[in-house]
Ligand binder design. Structure first.
Ligand code: MGD
Ligand code: MGD
Ligand code: SF4
Ligand code: MO
Length: 736
């Protein structure tokens, strides 16, 4: 008898939400293919999707709670583990106060329905200010710009790539990353269609990336200089009378102020600093202003740099000045079925910025979280408020946050640490207790976050394909249990407003999802109920349509979504405008404080790069993803290699202010002179981890070089782009 079953779900690994068609027999995955019937992804997948099967069967996956003992690790029961965790947290907080516990949430949180719904009440039960997440090593500047301009941290403009005629893309490489803050499965096909309909793609990047190769024009830029380019583009729009905000002028304030700000940044003024001819800048501005629809889009490379906040702000400004914000083919806003923006706005929580500062360096909090660049010093610096214990949930900051070696040292000295994770890796090896969780195919899936960042309005749900790996528990179940045990101390909580709306205490994730769908914009009483032929959105509808529902292209909706007190767009928020002084001092002035060269000791500028077969730090234990040649190499321009007498294939040593690594050199014309690149997420050669395939392909960690003191001073986001380094010949031994 043939027991083969077919299961449909969205891939949870990156932001693209590709539909998967998975053939299984019993608990064996026979195949994972692109789901051609998924209206959004139309069959697209990448090589990482098939590795979901590897994660499911991985012999290194943790199955039972682990306790660290003097000679290694011992498996313990769940009840023992929960008791030990509560005892550990209480011990630390009773001794040093409640802020002595810290928490770090990693990237897979946002790909996990249970975590998205249950981590907030758990965090509240910890009662600590010391909260951190991957947001501050990623997209924090986007949130700051959205909060200050549109009044809500999650009102993020999404490029309408399927309808635009012109895309100016800075600091993003969607052909490798599959798109970010732009959920667009099959992005290569979408960009080629843009070109096929006569549209143009221009890429600004220090490296000739996969996306730059596809583009109609690629402009090299020195890392961290984009703010100058964006200001010069704005200058040109004003100077050449190219302004055309259209209907946006009716509800936007600040057109005169931005003209004054941009006045000092004529293309001719910035050209030599930028290394981009003034005429190229002027042409770019004219092109953007001349098309019927166009969009400026900037991602990682523009967020994780010293001017991240300014860059994300100015990108929005450019889209407004050219009338492209909230317009078909421009940068648009989603109306997702689970409407996080609407729900949080209703509860009055639109985001907060700068309401408190970190103890040691005074970096600003955003949305109740501190920048993770400050985590190590908050642990290592003695004094009142020092962090003595940590919880990590689905995070690997030792490889993901800047100055990983310092963080290694900090975590090793904690009095108590607990990690919810599927692996014992570079970070979780420091835990006293590791709680093993389900992931991927063992979880039910609805993309709470990425439907809200997609280039079309879509909705898709899938139940878990497999029961939890033997012994593992769902993240949300673990957090709920910990919270219940912690809150015994704080009975008073239940009388508060939040206590009364405590859905998590009474409902499962799918039940909360169902409620949110029913009360959302496509629900029976929602503003967009018409979309579903009279049937209101509910979970059952999604269960009956396993390929996902297409709710149509994005619509102009900004005016009704705005959350600013004035209900108008703030083109020039004061905090951002004030930060332009820093651009002048550090980037514009010929004798500026730009750290380039730092006394000539670290003359090269280091950037990262993403690779299709890698997913941040945690998928290198899949044999099919790491097979083949070593991809963790240093890219360098031939002129820089020649100047140092270095040749392709040899091992080189890369040094920065905070550390050094050794890795093979790859000489290529595809990177600017003066710039070198290493992919992030590698460096699995630390002792005490249990990821055998990854350990056999360790690579070196980019974040052993990235500097925790280098941040965007405004937002506190890590500045990974342009870390000053020097490269010399290594020990001669080539490591694989
Ligand atoms: N230099 C440099 N550094 C970077 C970047 C860069 O471009 N350059 N990129 C940054 C970006 S954009 C991000 S988002 C961060 C990511 O930073 P992190 O989130 O800290 O790192 P990840 O590698 O995503 O680690 C995810 C962890 O979650 C575990 N995990 C996977 N699935 C599950 C699950 O379902 N449940 C639980 N409990 N655990 C799970 C994995 O084993 C791993 O330990 O890295 C940042 N760091
Ligand atoms: N295969 C794969 N896909 C992923 C991930 C992964 O690890 N692997 N991670 C996922 C995550 S968590 C995220 S956040 C997204 C990120 O998705 P993207 O934002 O597309 O990230 P990157 O591919 O790192 O692209 C950043 C680009 O910025 C360039 N850059 C660096 N510094 C500068 C600068 O100063 N100025 C300019 N103009 N450009 C600069 C780099 O050369 C690089 O090409 O990808 C997601 N998708
Ligand atoms: S592109 Fe992203 S979502 Fe699509 S299959 Fe690959 S990892 Fe999964
Ligand atoms: Mo990310």
């Amino acid at each position: 008898m043939n027991n083969t079953q077919t299961h449909y779900r969205a891939c949870n690994l990156c932001e693209a939400m590709c539909g998967l068609e998975i053939q299984v027999e019993g608990d064996t995955v026979l195949s994972i293919r692109g789901d051609k019937a998924d209206p959004f992804s139309q069959g697209h997948i990448c090589p990482k999707a098939t590795a979901l099967a590897d994660v499911y069967t991985d012999p290194d996956r943790l199955k039972r709670p682990l306790r660290r003992i003097s000679i290694g690790w011992e498996e313990i029961s769940w009840d023992e583990a929960f008791s030990a965790v509560i005892e550990g947290i209480r011990r630390v907080q009773e001794k040093y106060g409640r802020n002595s516990m810290g928490i770090y949430l990693g990237n897979p949180n946002v790909h996990n329905l249970g975590l998205m719904l249950y981590n907030a009440p758990f965090i509240r039960s910890l009662r600590t200010r010391n909260r951190f997440s991957a947001t501050s090593i990623d997209q924090l500047p986007h949130h700051v710009a959205a909060l200050l301009m549109f009044g809500h941290q999650l009102l993020l403009p999404i490029p309408d790539v399927d309808r635009t005629q012109f895309m100016l893309m800075l600091g993003a490489n969607p052909l490798a990353s599959n798109g970010s803050l732009m959920t667009a499965p099959g992005i290569e096909r979408r960009l080629k269609k843009l070109q096929a309909r006569g549209g143009k793609l221009v890429v600004v990047d220090p490296r000739r990336t996969e996306t730059a190769v596809l583009a109609d024009q690629h402009i090299f830029i020195k890392p961290g200089m984009d703010a100058l380019l964006l200001l010069a583009l704005i200058h040109t729009l004003y100077g050449e009378d190219l302004l055309n905000p259209g209907r946006l002028a009716d509800f936007t304030d600040g057109f005169d102020e931005i003209a004054v700000i941009a006045a000092d940044f004529a293309p001719e003024q910035v050209a030599s600093r930028l290394g981009i001819p003034a005429e190229t800048i002027r042409q770019l501005a004219r092109q953007l202003a001349g098309v019927e629809s166009g969009v400026v889009y900037g991602r990682m490379g523009l967020s994780t740099q010293p001017f991240g906040g300014i860059c994300q702000w100015l990108i929005n400004v450019l889209n407004i000045l050219t009338g492209n914000l909230d317009r078909e083919g421009g940068a648009m806003f989603t109306l997702p079925a689970f409407d996080i923006v609407g729900l949080t706005a209703m509860m009055g929580s639109t985001g907060r910025f700068g309401h408190r500062q970190t103890r040691v360096r005074g970096l600003p909090a955003f949305g109740g979280e501190f920048p993770v660049s400050a985590l190590a010093e908050e642990i290592l610096t003695p004094g009142d408020g020092q962090i003595r214990g940590m919880v990590t949930v689905a995070g690997n900051p030792v490889l993901s946050a800047p100055n990983g070696r310092q963080l290694d040292k900090a975590l090793a000295g904690l009095e108590f640490m607990v990690s919810l994770d599927i692996y014992r890796n570079e970070t979780t090896r420091h835990a006293h207790i590791i709680l093993p969780t389900t992931t991927g195919l063992e979880t039910e899936h609805y993309d709470l976050v990425f439907h809200a960042l997609a280039v079309r309005n879509t909705a898709k749900y899938a139940p878990a394909l497999f029961p939890p790996a033997e012994g593992a528990r769902h993240d949300w179940e673990i957090l709920q249990e910990l919270r219940n045990r912690l809150e015994n101390r704080y009975e008073a909580d239940r009388s508060t407003m939040l206590g009364k709306m405590d859905f998590q205490r009474r409902l499962r994730p799918d039940q909360i999802l169902d409620l949110a769908l029913r009360f959302g914009p496509y629900g029976a009483n929602g503003s967009n109920r018409g979309k579903l032929n009279g049937e209101g959105m509910k979970l059952r509808l999604l269960k009956n349509g396993p390929h996902g529902l297409d709710l149509g292209p994005l619509q102009p909706i900004l005016q009704e979504r705005l959350c600013t007190p004035s209900r108008r767009v703030v083109l020039v928020p004061e905090t951002l405008a004030a930060d332009v002084a820093r651009v002048k001092a550090e980037l514009l002035a010929e004798d500026g404080e730009a750290e380039e060269g730092q006394n000539g000791r670290y003359p090269l500028s280091l950037i990262g790069r993403r690779q299709l077969r890698s997913n941040n730090s945690w998928m290198h234990n899949s044999p099919r993803l790491v097979k083949g040649k070593n991809r963790c190499t240093l890219l360098m321009h031939p002129s820089d290699a020649a100047a140092r007498g270095l040749t392709s294939g040899q091992t080189v040593k890369v040094c920065s202010r905070v550390g050094e690594v050794e890795l093979p050199l790859e000489v290529t014309e595809g990177i600017m002179p003066g710039v070198v690149s290493i992919p992030h997420g590698w460096g699995h050669n630390r002792p005490g981890i249990q990821m055998r395939t990854a350990q056999a392909h360790p690579g070196a960690s980019l974040n052993d070089l990235a500097d925790d003191q280098r941040v965007d001073d405004l937002t506190g986001n890590a500045a990974f782009s342009g870390v000053p380094v020097e490269v010399t010949g290594g020990d001669g031994e080539i490591r694989s």
